[in-house]
Design a protein around this ligand. Structure first.
Ligand code: CP
Ligand code: NVA
Length: 289
């Protein structure tokens, strides 16, 4: 059966633990599941971390990444998403894609003979959540029983984390301004950032304006005033709490410079973990497909 990774709950709790274990295995000890094989890495939006971490993870597993800019294939304009997928599946052992509409990933998965991996959609960013779980596990020695406070937009990042939390036994509280809440989640929603952060083990934020929403930037800046993660807000978290951000970050907007560059921040470890967790994920998917 071809296994896809469109959302974090495409993995069971045991499989997720297995992927995180694989992510921490020394590269030399991993089977080179991609030896002589390719992975298509398609981007409809910009990327620094995702492109580089996926390409390097593929190389570390013995494979060859072929990165494709969205405009080179123009999904549903030059040809259908399905026809691009069938074509790429003939050359590659997996197709990883960053798209605007999540439905494109579902359409890819419906026709693909090789794993489809979500590299971010308007709906969710599970490959980032995987790196975040690895970072949290490394900081605390485990995930179960930890409380994650997410301060900001109820966006793709919030959804990926909210879907991940119950699988690993974490509690999640989300503070968002009116009109920017995450819909359809079991996470606890609050409007006061202090209520979200109080006693939390980790505090997470993301940009106020995601890729593709640039026209809304001014209105969002006004709506999100008061939702900056600064030292005053961090002082309500548990002693030993850490700060995470998927990046790119905007200092003095969603996060104070003193927090992201301060002693509680784990953002560079988190960014590096994108490569390790993607390697673990690909090793898992390729040996189970
Ligand atoms: N966090 C993340 O996905 O970063 P990029 O957009 O730079 O890939
Ligand atoms: N929410 C952000 C995440 C970037 C990694 C976006 O979609 O632009």
């Amino acid at each position: 059966m071809t296994r896809h990774f469109l959302e974090i709950d495409d993995l069971t709790a045991d499989e997720l633990g297995n992927v995180l274990d694989l992510s921490e295995q020394p590269i030399d000890g991993l089977p080179k599941v991609l030896a002589g094989k390719g992975v298509a890495v398609l981007f409809e939006k910009p990327s620094a971390r995702t492109r580089n971490s996926v390409e390097m993870a593929v190389v570390q597993l013995g494979g060859h990444p072929v990165t494709i800019r969205g405009e080179e294939v123009s999904l549903d304009v030059r040809e259908s998403t399905e026809d691009v997928t069938r074509t790429l599946a003939g050359y590659h052992s997996a197709i990883a894609a960053r798209v605007f509409e999540h439905s494109k990933l579902e359409r890819m998965a419906a026709v693909s003979s090789v794993p489809i991996v979500n590299l971010l959609s308007d709906q969710t960013h599970p490959i980032q959540a995987l790196a975040d779980l690895l970072t949290i596990r490394q900081a605390f020695g485990g995930l179960s029983g930890r409380t994650l406070a997410y301060v900001g937009d109820g966006n793709n990042m919030a959804r990926a984390l909210a879907n991940a939390a119950p699988i690993v036994g974490m509690k999640m509280r989300i503070a968002s301004p009116d009109g920017y809440e995450l819909r359809g989640t079991d996470a606890e929603l609050v409007s006061d950032p202090v209520a979200a952060v109080a006693g939390a083990d980790l505090v997470y934020t993301d940009v106020w304006t995601s890729m593709g929403q640039e026209d809304e930037a001014a209105a969002r800046s006004r709506a999100f005033a008061g939702f900056i993660v600064d030292d005053a807000l961090m002082s309500h978290a548990a002693p030993g709490a850490i700060f995470l951000h998927c990046l790119p970050a905007h200092r003095e907007q969603e996060v104070a410079t003193s927090v992201i560059d301060g002693p509680r921040s784990r953002v560079w470890q988190q960014a590096e973990n994108r490569m390790h967790s993607t390697r673990g994920l690909l090793a898992f998917l390729l040996s189970h497909s």
